[in-house]
Design a protein around this ligand. Structure first.
Ligand code: SF4
Length: 356
């Protein structure tokens, strides 16, 4: 099995993006799906799988299949929320989310190269548009009038699905705001559409330092030769790279899978940054794990793999309460200045500290 669409004959990244599979008929031609079930789900949460990502699926239900192929379980999530992080309530301008004092998330792009079935902005899939010129101006106006904004995080959709010209305009405008010291782009494109990482794009991004790229990657099988070449070119251009990962039930909630993912990323010069508990977005219940599973994962990695391979484990609180780190409990206070501290082998050692 496997999809070998016309990717070898397509030249530009735009042609590669346009070759994505977006309906059950085309998907059924390359994967052994239940056509009617997929079509039913895709009418609610639209389907899009890039030719590249489709080519990575090796067997029904494998970790890549499960991330992108519509599943009837998506329609059986009565407790899921359309906007689990209450982003709309923290939006002073279209697409702009101002939750924390010193930074904003700006949903400049509506499209993604591939629709991830676990996405916490799943309600936007296939419906959101890129921001218009007027909306961009409204966002810039808020950023200009708010000197506390030190960092602007471009998200979406996937910001790297915008044209080079559009990205350049946005980054140039941000560059002209003195108090915006740092820019960040959250993207899944290096693993879903690596053809998008062209020499022209890397040269463009490198002009707007400090610009951090956070690459969303969930499984080591996503790091193919094409993806690693794309990531290498971003690193060679001098862009600081980090990653974000979502804990997904049955896909990566396994210490061996996580260790391989984080070690491979570090070898590619990508620092694992965030490890998220899946948010309660409607249509994603079958992907979610509880904090106990996630904390146990973090504990299994600690000490066994390099500190470079340890992202923060985060949970997003409901109603826009913000991100909070979760961590295994390694220390317990036993007396005024004495603690019992557990090491990665599970050995407990009593330590007397000189002060509180
Ligand atoms: S690329 Fe990101 S925003 Fe787009 S569907 Fe996947 S997780 Fe959601």
């Amino acid at each position: 099995m496997g999809h070998r669409a016309a990717k070898d004959t397509l030249i530009t990244w735009q042609e590669q993006a346009a070759a994505a599979v977006v309906d059950a008929d085309r998907l059924a031609a390359v994967l052994p799906i239940d056509h009617d079930a997929v079509a039913r789900v895709a009418r609610v949460y639209p389907l899009r799988i890039s030719s590249h990502f489709l080519s990575l699926i090796k067997s029904p239900g494998d970790p890549l299949w499960r991330q992108v192929v519509p599943d009837p379980a998506e329609l059986a999530d009565p407790g899921g929320l359309a906007d689990p992080l209450a982003e709309a309530a923290h939006s002073p301008a279209p697409g702009l989310i101002h939750r924390y004092p010193d930074r904003v998330v700006w949903l400049v792009a509506g499209r993604c190269a591939t629709h991830c079935r676990f996405c916490f902005r799943k309600a936007r899939l296939g419906k959101a548009e890129d921001l218009t010129d007027t909306q961009i101006e409204q966002g810039l106006d808020h950023i200009r009038r708010t000197p506390a904004i030190w960092e602007v995080i471009l998200s979406g959709g996937d910001p790297l699905m915008l044209s080079d010209r559009r990205l350049e305009d946005i980054l140039t405008a941000l560059d002209g705001i003195a108090h915006v010291a740092v820019r960040r782009i959250h993207t899944r494109v290096p693993v879903t559409l690596p053809q998008r990482i062209t020499p022209a794009l890397t040269a463009l991004l490198a002009r707007f330092q400090p610009l951090y790229l956070m690459i969303h990657c969930n499984h080591p099988a996503e790091l193919t030769a094409a993806s690693t070449a794309a990531i290498d070119s971003l690193a060679d251009a001098g862009l600081p790279l980090g990653s974000q990962t979502v804990v997904l039930r049955g896909i990566n909630d396994d210490p061996a899978v996580m260790a391989e993912l984080f070690k491979t990323l570090v070898q590619r010069r990508v620092r694992p940054y965030d490890l998220h508990l899946a948010d309660p977005a409607a249509g994603t219940a079958h992907f979610r794990t509880g904090p106990q599973t996630a904390v146990a994962l973090a504990k299994a990695l600690r000490g066994h793999v390099s500190g470079l391979c340890q992202p923060h484990l985060l949970v997003d609180l409901p109603a826009g309460g913000g991100k909070v780190p979760l961590a295994p409990r390694y220390g317990r206070k036993k007396a005024a200045t004495a603690w019992e501290v557990e090491n990665y082998r599970g050995q407990r050692v009593r330590v007397n500290f000189p002060g509180k």
